[in-house]
Design a protein. Structure first.
Length: 98
């Protein structure tokens, strides 16, 4: 990416890399503040809270013995949802096998 931007805008590659790093740092800071951060025409990044689970009964698939599956705490998981326009364009894309 840095090479492409450096060539397109006639910038030093180091400066292009710094700009890209800054963009990703801004995205990360927004997500860490609990915001839904738009990422161009691609979609949005955000953090979703996965709820806690209770202990439950399960079965070992190898032995068939009943086991207790321990509870899990609620966790925060980074998520990305693609924009509708990006999804529609990706359907039209031609995939070239190498």
């Amino acid at each position: 990416m840095a090479a492409y931007i450096a060539e397109k805008y006639q910038l030093p590659r180091k400066l292009a890399k710094e700009i890209i790093d800054d963009v990703f740092n801004v995205i990360q800071a927004g997500v860490m503040n609990g915001e839904r951060v738009p990422v161009g025409k691609f979609g949005k990044m955000f953090i979703r809270v996965r709820p806690a689970t209770k202990a439950r009964k399960g079965r070992n698939p190898l032995t068939g013995l009943e086991i207790t599956i321990p509870p899990k705490k609620a966790t925060k998981v980074p998520k990305f949802t693609f924009a509708k326009s990006f999804k529609e364009e990706s359907v039209k894309a031609k995939i070239v096998k190498k």
